[in-house]
Design a protein around this ligand. Structure first.
Ligand code: ZN
Length: 230
């Protein structure tokens, strides 16, 4: 009788120890990035890419999702923030760079010199792009490739046109009626340099274009709204 009771206690102790270690493993797993979606930082099938593009811009031609983001963003989308790559990096390579956890950087979209659009952080999530969590929780961020290194940090006309199209599409799908560039963070078209004095991003060329981008995107939005009778 006595040995049975000891045996019984031993089994209970073992069970309790097992439950405790299982709880510790579960907690460690949850805090060590279980909040990251399973589709980040890995190649995606064409079907997976198509499913993701359907929730984002239809202009997207390449998807490689980054884990360097907050899932989901904490605000609705109210702004667009323009950046330059400070280089001409192929979209596939930029996807690999943004997928490295140590980089702690990403963007929602990028546009290459040929005008191709890539998606790295879905619009519903906050990319780590502009040195300002407050801005990036509200903004869709776009990196544009340069066809000139240094100097004016020029971007190709093809990239520029793709940028206008992407901005118009982002506004249209997210209910932004007009883009306004005020030269500071108050407007809904912002640039990286507004949030960090350590960068000249997006460079003189794109920065000079900001008023024109706001005006042209607003003009296109108006035409699209009138065309659809809204
Ligand atoms: Zn930037």
């Amino acid at each position: 009788m006595e040995t049975n009771r000891q045996e019984f206690r031993r089994i209970w102790l073992l069970l309790a120890a097992f439950a405790a270690s299982a709880a510790i493993v579960l907690l460690a797993w949850r805090s060590a990035g279980a909040r990251l979606p399973e589709n980040v930082g890995r190649p995606l099938t064409e079907a997976e890419q198509a499913e993701i593009i359907a929730r984002n811009s239809p202009l997207t031609e390449y998807v490689y999702l980054s884990g360097n983001a907050d899932f989901p963003r904490e605000s609705e989308i109210k702004k667009i923030t323009i950046h330059h790559m400070a280089d001409d990096i192929p979209l596939e390579r930029l996807g690999e760079v943004f997928a490295e956890p140590d980089r702690r950087a990403s963007s929602n979209y990028a546009i290459d010199t040929r005008g191709r659009v890539a998606l790295y952080v879905e619009e519903k999530d906050r990319a780590w792009t502009s040195s300002s969590p407050e801005n990036d929780h509200q903004a869709v961020t776009i990196e544009v490739a340069n066809d000139e290194t240094g100097g004016d940090w020029h971007v190709s006309d093809t990239s520029y046109e793709a940028l206008l199209r992407l901005c118009t599409d982002v506004c249209l799908r997210n209910g932004i009626q007009a883009l306004e560039y005020t030269g500071d963070a108050e407007g809904n078209l912002t640039v990286h340099r507004m949030f960090s004095d350590k960068t000249e991003c997006p460079g003189p060329y794109l920065e000079r274009k900001m008023p024109e981008i706001a005006e042209e995107v607003t003009r296109r939005l108006k035409i699209l709204r009138e065309g659809s009778g809204n």
